[in-house]
Design a protein. Structure first.
Length: 262
C-alpha cells in the first residue's frame, strides 16, 4: 500500500527550514511494508492548499498532511480542508476538552483571549476524527483518508505512527516489493536502454531503472570524474519471484557489451 505526503509551509519552500518529514515518513512506512506514492510541498497560500487538497481528496491514496493546523494567522490548513470538502468547520468536543484541560493546567482563564485563540485548534472540518498528540495533547484530525498533523516533527511523527498502527495495521507487509541494483562503468545509458526494454518485455511486471552519476565522493581527481550508471530492477507482488532471474540476465548482457558491474 502506498501513501502520499503533503508538506505545507513557506519555511520549507523559502529555505529557512529543512524538511524533516520526507525521510522520516519513508522510513516509518518501509518499516511496516508500506511505501510512499508521492511527496508535494505547498506554500501557506489558502487557494493553493485548497486546490491541492481537492485533487487528493478525489483520489483513493491516503495522504499525510503536515503543517498549518496551529492557531496563528498563517495557519490555513484546517479551513482549507473544510473548503476543499465544502463543509463547515466545527468544534470537536473531545479535541476541545484536551485544550480546556491544557489551559486549566497552565492557569489560563477559559474566557481569556489566550484560551479562546488556542481553542481554535479544535475546529476541524465537520465529521473529522481526531489524531492523538502525545507531545502536548493538542489533537490533529483525519477526514476522508487524509491525516492532518502539526509541522513540528516531534509531534507529527508519533501522530503519523499512531495513524499507521491504529488504522492501517491490516495492510502491513501485505504487498511484497523488492529491488536490486548495482553501478555500471564503461557504458552509456543509450547502450543499456535496449537491454532494459527487453527485460521488461520478457519478465512481466519487472521494471528497470537507471540513473547516471559522477562519483563526487572519490578523492582521486580522475576517479571523481568517472561517469557511471546506477542500474537496477524492481517489482511488486508476484513479479518479485522473477526479479533474480531478470537481474542476472541484465547483468550478464551488460557485461557482454563491455560494461563493468560493481
Amino acid at each position: 500500500m502506498r501513501f502520499g505526503l503533503m508538506v505545507i509551509g513557506d519555511e520549507i519552500l523559502n529555505g529557512s527550514h529543512t524538511d524533516a518529514h520526507f525521510g522520516a515518513v519513508r522510513e516509518m512506512l518501509e518499516a511496516r511494508g508500506l511505501r510512499l506514492a508521492w511527496v508535494e510541498y505547498v506554500a501557506d497560500v489558502p487557494s493553493e492548499i485548497i486546490a491541492r487538497l481537492k485533487r487528493s481528496f478525489a483520489e483513493s491514496t491516503p495522504v499525510f498532511v503536515t503543517g498549518g493546523i496551529g492557531a496563528t494567522p498563517d495557519d490555513h490548513t484546517r479551513q482549507a480542508a473544510a473548503n476543499a470538502l465544502e463543509v463547515p468547520l466545527a468544534l470537536h468536543p473531545e479535541a476541545a476538552q484536551f485544550i480546556i484541560d491544557l489551559s486549566e493546567k497552565r492557569g489560563d482563564d477559559l474566557n481569556s483571549v489566550i484560551h479562546l485563540q488556542r481553542l481554535n485548534m479544535a475546529n476541524f472540518p465537520a465529521g473529522a476524527g481526531i489524531i492523538p498528540n502525545p507531545f502536548n495533547n493538542v489533537a490533529g484530525f483525519h477526514v476522508q483518508h487524509h491525516y492532518f498533523v502539526p509541522g513540528f516533527p516531534v509531534m507529527a511523527h508519533p501522530m503519523l505512527e499512531w495513524v499507521l498502527d491504529t488504522l492501517y495495521a491490516d495492510e502491513f507487509f501485505k504487498e511484497r516489493h523488492a529491488h536490486l541494483s548495482a553501478h555500471v562503468y564503461g557504458l552509456q545509458e543509450s547502450q543499456i536502454a535496449p537491454l532494459m526494454i527487453a527485460i521488461e518485455h520478457d519478465f512481466n511486471g519487472v521494471q528497470t531503472y537507471s540513473l547516471p552519476k559522477i562519483a563526487q565522493e572519490a578523492t582521486d581527481s580522475t576517479e571523481a570524474k568517472r561517469y557511471h550508471i546506477e542500474l537496477g530492477v524492481k517489482a511488486n507482488g508476484e513479479a518479485c519471484a522473477l526479479l533474480d532471474a531478470a537481474w542476472d540476465r541484465l547483468k550478464s548482457e551488460v557485461r557482454d557489451l563491455g560494461g563493468e558491474v560493481v
